[in-house]
Design a protein. Sequence first.
Lengths: 252, 841
Amino acid sequence: LPTGLYKKVLVILHDSILPYMNEPTLMIDFLTVAYGIGGAISLLALNGLFILIHQHNLEYPDFYKKLYNLLDPSIYHVKYRARFFHLLDLFLSSSHLPAYLVAAFIKRLSRLALTAPPEALLMVIPFICNLFRRHPACRLLVHRPDGPEAMSEDPYIMEEEEPSESRALQSCLWEIQALQNHYHPDVAKAAAVLNQSLSEMEDDISGLLELSAYELFDKEVKKKATDVPLEFEQVRGLFRKKSDIFAEHFTL
Amino acid sequence: SNPFEVKVNRQKFDILGRKTKNDVGLPGVSRSKAIKKRTQTLLKEYKEREKANVFKDKRFGEYNTKISPEEKMMRRFTLERQQNYGKKNIYNLNEEEELTHYGQSLAEIEKLNDIVDSDSDTEEGGALSAELTAAHFGGGGGLLRKKASSAQQDEEEEKPKSRKELIEEMIARSKQEKQERQSRRESALELTEKLDNDWKEIQTLMARKPPKSERKDKEVEKPKPDEYDMIVRELGFEMKAKPSERMKTEEELAKEEQARLQKLEADRLRRMRGIDEQANKKKPSHISADDLADGFILDKDDRHLLSYKDGKINIENEEEKEKDEEEEEEEDGKEDNENEEESEEESANEEEEEVAADSHSDLESDLESEEEAAGNKEQKKHNTNENESQNMKKLDPKMEAAKSELPYTFAVPESYEKFKSLLAGRTVEQQLLILERIQKCNHPSLAAGNKEKLEKLFGFLLEYIGDLATLDLPELRTIDRLVLPLCNLCQMFPEAASDRMRFILRDAAHDMEEVVEVKGRAAFPGLDTLIYLKIISLLFPTSDFRHPVVTPAFIYMSQLLTKCRITTLQDVIKGLFICCLFLEYVSLSRRFVPELINFLLGVLHISLPKKQAQGYTVVHPFTPVGKNLELLLVSDKKDLDSWQKQNLPLSVVTKLKETSRTEINHIRLSCLALCFDLIKKCAALYESLPSFHEIMHPIRILLTQHLLANDYPEKMQEWYQGALKEIENKDKRYIPLICEKKKPVPLKQYTPRIVKVLEFGRTQGSSKKEQERKQLIRKHKRELKGAIREIRKDNQFLARTQLSEVMERDAARKRKVKELLGSLATQEGEWKAMKRKKGKN
């Protein structure tokens, strides 16, 4: 199948095709192949696969491992982000998952968050917080009072495909700490939440899933400004600030 | 009054300073008052409740106490006349209204004409003197006679004075009067002139004078705005370039400046950390009201004029531009003066306003401060004057010519088109001058609407800059200069400026969003938007945690870097420009910008040849495979060798005019060099981040494993090595995270909370708004209670009247029944008596 058609089919599969089939299990092969392709198609196949697993007792070997490997930098940028994270939330909502697995997911998500746009960050940070709430054993990632003084290397291995081998539980969430310096005030605030001990209630991220950059911008622009601080360094011209990067590389 | 009718509300404690208004009550009096009022209103209503007809008193103003009785009568009278006016018998042509004067019919007065006239004349004798009336109206015989008999005795002696003589005499007298007046005025003029001269002498001699006397002078002169005023104004203008305090030494100046900068920096840091975002919303703006009022840029520091260096005045040459402005201001002032001298009628209204405002508001303070300073300032003034004149000479003749052409006052243009036409065809200097004059003529302190006008001007100027940037050959130098007045305006009206900027940003973002929705991707915006973004960084502090303009700008730029497709070399340059902007925005706050790293990685990626094994992933908008790869790839050996690092001209962004391959290749290489430099700067900026190496990991892999640095010219290799070194030299240190300790929740305790009482009798511990709310609630409660009480009393009153009515009715019935019974009893008795009598008989 061509990629475009593949995507089109997979987008509507879970609510327009599967419910009307007599034997949805026939789609197993198709979905498994689609899931194996990787990239956006895998993300889309996930939905159908979930229905099969959930309602038709499909046993899928190494499901979480594959899911783990689906995570790559593009998940924060693709169009189907909301859909994917909705499903991911579902899959990781079970409290019977082993701590190492969840920790690996958390670590990987936050590592990837280093390249994410603000709207995705605003969604993924509460997501990670929720995971911490569900799996208190993972708190080790943000709170390790009796660990070594300083490490020379992050123990987590990003390239490892097997979540159990990734040594995520020995690592810490330095990425989130880096994000506390994010330029977007809301992201910085959200990341700073992990510094404190979390509250009991889970955050509702359903509203954040669909957040778009433009909404973010709109919200910020529409805020009523009470006071506008001004630059105090005096202006000499467009590029004439002292130590201006532009003056080094651009001319008028 | 009767002590038995007084009720005393006893106070439990005497409180100092409390006003007691209800300590004594007169229940009897107030009750009777209330009852009286009710009988007048409520009882009346009650009695008329079943009546359809209403008796209305339609006499004019009968119940209006505001009109005085006389006026009432007058109005009634006029009303009556008006009513009667139309109802005349149309057949009776001869009927005329009787004319009256002071209630007497004129016809009667006419009969006794003389007497009345003479009376009034002697009594009044005011505006119209007797002679005048006599002369002008010919004066009846009676009048002349009367005047002769009553007024002048000497004239009475030579009684037969002809009319002609009389008139001549009168003319002579008036002439004499006129002459006297003229001479008086002349002498006054002479006096003032003399005073002027004296004052000038004194001023040139020592320029120091006790303030009182001067003010007196001023008062004397007030009616005539002339040279004196001009001098005062000149003084005022000179003052602006002069300090009002003693001379400061260089160290003091430096120290002061340092202190000021330190304070501003501390402010900035506070905002950067976002500590007080909620805590104290009202941050002290660093512009004081004074600064706003006199319309100078806060940061412009004209004190450098006054510092000495080796006995000479120390003038910094670097700040030539500011200087120019100041000079222009001063010149303006002077020109204004000349203008006035030459043609006072010509000077426009606004200028006169300005003059008036200046001379009145600034006069006193200026004078005083002048006097403080003037004594030892004489020498310096000379020096500065010389300097000024020199500088003025330095100004190129073209500008002089231009200035002579330009009018001195400008109204703020109403629309953008007008603004554009105003600036069209002028040189940069002229444009600047025009803008400055507009600002000056429409200073907010001069008229009420000027603030709005100037705020609009800011918008026009921004739009104009955008227009200049979208031209085929963008006039960036003009923009460079125009930024200065823009900044001035922004300093004056921060709110309006930020609103305007946000509006522009919103438009830009909205456009992009629409394109994204339709096509799924967007193109980079034009140069104007980039310039706007750059201007934002000039006008507003970019390091704030949250800023009404800068934060949206951040988000917009991030969208640009993630959503816009890179298809051409220009796109790359624009993208790199935005990267530079990002770096500049976060240069102080060291905030982390993922998009920036992504983009730089992407730029490096497109400089590589295709089909390379990857150890990294590029993210949107770059793709690992596709047609837009190798955009920055240069394979021509010759071009590589001939490349020199050069600054990219911004005009390339709109139009790539170099078509030769070599030049394009050179631009590519410059971009690459820029990219290396940016990576280096990023690395330096983010080294403190805990996951620095993870952030830089992809770039590092790309730099070390894929980029073949050896192919590049030596210069490029330097850049490359610099970037790489900056990344690799950082040590790896990971300190395990530890959560902050939870604050223990305090137990509830029973010890009383002690609150400092600042003002007695007022609820403490709430904001003003809250207090107002509470007060309103209290008032409402009190009013409600009062109303309820009134209604209750009304009901009681009604019930009372009803009861009394019923009682009355009952009593009447009883009485009637009794009467009836009585009469019946007597009847019966009589009847029985009759019967008995009959029986007897």
